[in-house]
Ligand binder design. Structure first.
Ligand SMILES: Cc1ncc(COP(=O)(O)O)c(C=O)c1O
Ligand SMILES: N[C@@H](CCCC[NH3+])C(=O)O
Length: 451
């Protein structure tokens, strides 16, 4: 695979780093032409820690967490925010989510183990996945997780059996496919009918499975869940999903005489990857979803359920940046200029997977306008290995430190050791201090499991 042909219509812009707006972490500033985040000089940090390096602006992350909780609670008292740890998980972020009063969504045994090792209370953990293994279910139920989000009829049977063997009653949700089309990349739509996730509403399948869940021993049907997709800009899709779910709850009440007490509307709020992106704010998302749930409950005569949302990207993506060092420059006349950095698809697979776009800057020239269009390619042996395709940058030179914004979500969590690349360290910065929260992998780590 090679990259899409260079977009010759793209123009370098006169924007300096600080004019990139919402893609920047909250504490970004430029002093003496250097990029600072959390009061720390990114050029010094790159020299001390080496590159590639993931950096998280802790104040930014904490503010988004606080803002999610307060935006929901101020409008809807009985609500909770669940951090979708698939976006980015290490022990430190689990500790911070706990301190900020969030619940945690884990997608399997590995994320659960990390959360528990960080001291995250099991009863505030929600377990997701379309094929949790019996072993993972056993681990989760034994740990005392708050809710298991059951994704299929087969899994309902498994949870019921394992909970029985362990002598407990497990609270569950059923994940429903609401049939709502979200306006996002094909690969990250999950609410439409043709999806591997959840119980389809087609042929009343989901409705009939509710009866099974109510009758199943050792489980309590605590609520319903849906998740329409990720990086969604159009809020009306969330409103539609909320209405579908509340009307489904009303049907359950009418048919089975039982009140579904909790409604989890998933995550999916989009973020700015480009300076010109204009996603909805956390506050607008909260206003839209809480109003939709209240109006639908009123329409169908239902008491307000406990309301949950499960954001990942919109909590952490813009708090994170990745630092790289420029190692090679190649100009192909009339084709493109390649700037090769010391990472690539191993630390950010999103560009290869979704042709994702990012805004880069040179951290040691951050006050200057970005006057060239370049492609930041990685160091891996794939032609499609790029971090940024055809984007404005200051004139690059060997040894420059490039910062790519908006990489806090789905980069570290989807990273690999392709070509024997050790994973970068993760550094949290705050108030002028940098602390390594995950150390860089070593070569020994790469073969430590080999026998
Ligand atoms: C079940 C579930 N919940 C929450 C999320 C988090 O989504 P996002 O990071 O878009 O907020 C995802 C990922 O799309 C998901 O699959
Ligand atoms: N990994 C995807 C999103 C999938 C979200 C998880 N269901 C991304 O990077 O955008």
């Amino acid at each position: 695979m090679s990259l899409p042909a260079s977009d010759r219509t793209k123009k370098a812009d006169n924007r300096t780093t600080m004019e990139l707006g919402a893609v920047l972490p909250e504490t970004a500033e430029v002093k003496d032409d250097h990029l600072f985040v959390g009061g720390v000089d990114m050029v010094d940090l790159a020299r001390e820690q080496g590159t590639a390096l993931y950096v998280i602006d802790e104040a930014d992350l904490r503010h988004r967490m606080e803002s999610y909780v307060s935006s929901f609670r101020s409008r809807y008292e009985n609500s909770d925010v669940i951090y979708a740890s698939k976006a980015f998980l290490n022990k430190e972020v689990a500790r911070i989510a706990n301190q900020e009063g969030l619940c945690l969504d884990v997608s399997g045994g590995g994320e659960l183990a990390c959360a528990l090792a960080a001291g995250f209370p099991a009863d505030r953990v929600f377990v997701h996945g379309n094929n949790k293994t019996p072993q993972e279910l056993r681990e989760a139920i034994s740990a005392g997780v708050g809710r298991i989000v059951v994704d299929s009829r087969i899994e309902l049977g498994r949870v019921s059996r394992i909970a029985g063997e362990l002598g407990v009653t497990q609270d569950i949700y059923l994940r429903i496919t609401p049939g709502v089309e979200a306006d996002t990349h094909e690969y990250i739509k999950t609410g439409c009918e043709d999806s591997k996730f959840g119980f389809t509403m087609l042929d009343d399948f989901a409705f009939r499975c509710v009866e099974d869940a109510l009758a199943a021993p050792n489980v309590r049907l605590a609520g319903l869940h849906c998740h329409i997709g990720s990086q969604v800009f159009a809020l009306h899709s969330f409103r539609e999903a909320a209405d579908v779910m509340v009307s489904f709850m009303a049907r359950i009440r009418d048919q089975y005489g039982c009140a579904i007490e909790e409604l989890d509307l998933g995550g999916g709020l989009g973020i700015a990857y480009l300076a010109d992106d204009a996603p909805s704010s956390i506050d607008e998302f909260a206003e839209c979803t809480t109003t939709a749930v209240k109006e639908s409950c009123e329409k169908y005569g239902l008491d307000l359920p406990r309301l949950l949302v499960e954001p990942g990207r919109s909590l952490v993506a813009n708090a994170g940046i990745t630092l790289y060092t420029v190692g090679i420059l190649k100009t192909l006349p009339n084709i493109r200029k390649y700037v090769a950095v010391d990472g690539g698809m191993s630390d950010n697979i999103r560009t290869a997977l979704y042709h994702a776009d990012y805004e880069p800057t040179i951290a040691n020239k951050a006050g200057q306008a970005r006057t060239e269009i370049v492609t930041l390619c990685g160091k891996h042996c794939e032609s499609g290995d790029a971090v940024v395709i055809d984007m404005p940058l200051q004139t690059p030179e060997l040894g420059d430190i490039v910062a790519v914004f908006g990489t806090g979500a789905y980069c570290y969590s989807m990273s690999s050791n392709y070509n024997g690349q050790p994973r970068p360290a993760i550094v949290f910065v705050r108030d002028g201090q940098a602390r390594v929260t995950t150390r860089r992998e070593t070569y020994e780590d790469l073969y430590a499991r080999d026998l």
